[in-house]
Design a protein around this ligand. Structure first.
Ligand SMILES: NC(=O)c1ccc[n+]([C@@H]2O[C@H](COP(=O)([O-])OP(=O)(O)OC[C@H]3O[C@@H](n4cnc5c(N)ncnc54)[C@H](O)[C@@H]3O)[C@@H](O)[C@H]2O)c1
Length: 325
């Protein structure tokens, strides 16, 4: 059955937000995007209106809620570059913490009492054991991860004080692109592994910097858990349904449980594109753990969520057309 509810989507012009808007629309929701276009793209907003505004602009957020009467908010808008967060933490505390507080304030003043929140596996820091379950200690090692953890804590405190409802979603490595080719990944600067590998494959002048080749892993490069962005998008619809149905407040990992090493990704990109990658081997970056892998059981149990696009073949094949120049 089609719900036909309006949902406010902050950051809906960005990578994961735009894919989620498509999934929301397909499920019968009307996504109203509020985005300042700092890293997003107006032409990625295709499934509902775009309000060009900042989450820290109180009157604009209040007007968006009053005019569109959303049933809930999915909050993607954030600054999300780990390296930049170390150099310029003030940007991260301003946007990810002050922005979140302003958004929540305006939601509550206008009777909007639930949120689906983009958190991150960066809140776990360096894991003590694998796979990482939701009860693993959260000890972020950079300002970005700390601002996401603070966001989680704010939501929990608001839930306790004001009966605010939430689903906290901790993503692992988002990757791939819409299988129908309508939207893709367009970060600038790009810092994510698969786009960087595809960019290096499409440009012989460009190097791929491979950080760390002597990790204690089978091929010496680090291992990550990759989840296709269309799977992530569908999980947001399930989390939204859960919140709107009055389900308990939850914090769940969104990974695939499928792990690949950096070298495996590079080999696969070469295979699919038929092009070589110019690799520049660098030493490992401090704070990059050898392996990250999500325990995906809770998302399965609570949200009935299973990935269906997160095999490496589909990830690379859907992402590749956006970098084939
Ligand atoms: N990409 C990943 O692998 C990953 C992993 C874990 C968590 N996340 C989180 O998921 C969310 C989305 O990530 P993404 O990769 O799609 O990033 P993105 O940069 O593509 O999207 C973020 C969007 O938010 C908008 N935005 C930023 N600050 C804003 C503000 N103050 N007001 C209004 N709009 C604002 C940007 O213009 C952009 O459209 C972020 O919260 C990020 O921290 C991403």
């Amino acid at each position: 059955m089609k719900p036909n509810h309006t949902v406010l989507v902050t950051g809906g012009a960005g990578y994961i937000g735009s894919h989620t808007c498509k999934a929301l629309y397909t499920s019968g929701y009307i996504p109203v995007v509020l985005d300042n276009l700092s890293t997003g793209h107006a032409n990625a907003v295709k499934w509902g209106p775009l309000i060009e505004a900042d989450i820290r602009d109180g009157p604009a957020v209040a007007d968006a809620i009053k005019n569109h009467k959303p049933k809930s908010v999915i909050h993607f808008a954030a600054s999300a570059y780990v390296g930049e967060s170390v150099q310029k933490p003030e940007i991260y505390y301003q946007n990810n913490v002050c922005g979140m507080l302003n958004l929540l304030q305006k939601c509550m003043e206008n009777g909007l009492m639930s949120m689906v929140f983009s958190s991150s596996c960066a809140t776990y820091g360096i894991p003590e054991k694998l796979p990482i379950s939701e009860s693993s200690p959260q000890k972020p090692i950079n300002p970005y991860g700390r601002t996401k953890l603070i966001g989680e804590q704010i939501l929990k405190d608001y839930a306790h004080a004001y009966n605010f409802s939430y689903s906290i979603l901790r993503y692992f490595n988002a990757c791939g692109a819409d299988p129908e080719g309508e939207i893709g990944e367009r970060h600038d600067p790009e810092t994510h592994l698969i786009p960087l590998a595809l960019m290096a494959a499409s440009d012989p002048e460009r190097e791929f910097e491979l950080f760390g080749t002597d990790y204690p892993t089978p091929d010496g490069t680090c291992i990550r858990d990759f989840i296709h962005v269309s799977d992530l998008a569908r999980a947001h619809v399930l989390a939204l349904n859960h919140v709107l149905a009055g389900g308990e407040n939850i914090s769940v990992n969104l990974g695939s449980g499928n792990t690949y090493s950096v070298q495996q990704i590079l080999d696969f990109v070469v295979k699919i594109t038929g092009k070589n990658i110019n690799i520049n081997q660098r030493s490992a970056r401090p704070g990059d753990p050898p392996e990250l892998c999500a325990d995906v059981n809770l998302a399965k149990t609570i949200l009935n969520f299973k990935t269906s696009h997160s095999e490496l073949n589909e990830i690379i094949k859907t992402a590749a057309p956006f970098f084939d120049h």
